[in-house]
Design a protein around this ligand. Sequence first.
Ligand code: HEM
Length: 361
Amino acid sequence: LRSNTPVRYDEHRKCWDVFRYEDVQYVLKNPKLFSSARDRANTSMLTTDPPKHKQLRDLVNQAFTPRAIEALAPRIQEIADELITPHLQQGQMNLVDDLATPLPVIVIAELLGVPAEDRQKFKDWSDALVKGARDDSDEAFQELMEEKKRNQQELAVYFRAIMEERRQQPQDDLISLLLAAEIEGQKLSEEELVGFCILLLAAGNETTTNLITNAVRILAEQPELQQRLREHPEHIASAVEETLRYYPPIVAIGRLARETVELSGQTIQEGEQVISWVGSANRDGQVFEHAEQFIEDRKPNRHMGFGFGIHFCLGAPLARLEARVVLNTILQQMQGIKLVSETKLQPIQSAFVFGVKEYPI
Ligand code: HEM
């Protein structure tokens, strides 16, 4: 596809597909030509364009700087230990359910300031947010959508209640910080704040689950890598980057053409959908040497697993840290990591997501 039809229109799906690194990057770095505002009802930063996008993002950036996130490392380590230790004796764990799913949910709950007693309720809501992607969605699809909508409303009510409490009594948590955040006299409205909290769950949890699972999957698929990383723990961070290139949790990013534009000899008309295949760009031999090989200390590694340009993943420092802590802990605590034999891998049913439903090790 990259060599023969680098930019092509799919009649069936009614959208353009973009496969080469250079073209994907061009789409993502030109929000004037390629808009993120696909869903007008939704005003989260993910689906807004400049200048509104910058306003929303600047307000929350400070909470997500690498330095602010690095301070969470000891707590993330504790959570990882709590989740991993019970399975060590037995010698087996269901990576997705026992570790990769709960870890990011607990971390984001604590970061936001969700009280410990609400954790289970919070996890159920959070799981339900991404349910369509994990279950076989053709059965009772309508019902599922209704349930998702109800779920979002419940979450919104819940966040409003916490905000009310934090307004009276600020705590050392993200919700209090967001309530106080102000840029040039502008504050986030309550609706924007609630929308942002829900965005964090929707954008951050399943993606991190898949990053952790995909990273451990590579360890299981390439057993020699386990020992190499144990001997060179300084390569764990770059192994996480290489996972984001090689098995990216998000393989495609959608935009809407705002003007008629030429791309690799094709004419994209204003108003048409454009899908940028990050999964393909990340394997482009023009940019990556030995692109089909997993090289744990690859340098440079300009993968687009977190996107590119103004919408570059806000949660990247957090996702990186969580994945690093998990990989390091698993390599320290487990020997001979492998997939439980005869497990049939089931892909997650979404064209945009790369991951498996279960991964018992
Ligand atoms: C944006 C991937 C984890 C919050 C994005 C984008 C990608 C991405 C590709 C760009 C979307 C676009 O351009 O339309 C990932 C991956 C993750 C991950 C692969 C895990 C491995 C997280 C986490 C959080 C988060 C942990 C928050 C706690 C966001 C937000 C945006 C975003 C808020 C929108 C940023 C903007 O529009 O300016 N992510 N993400 N993500 N991500 Fe992540």
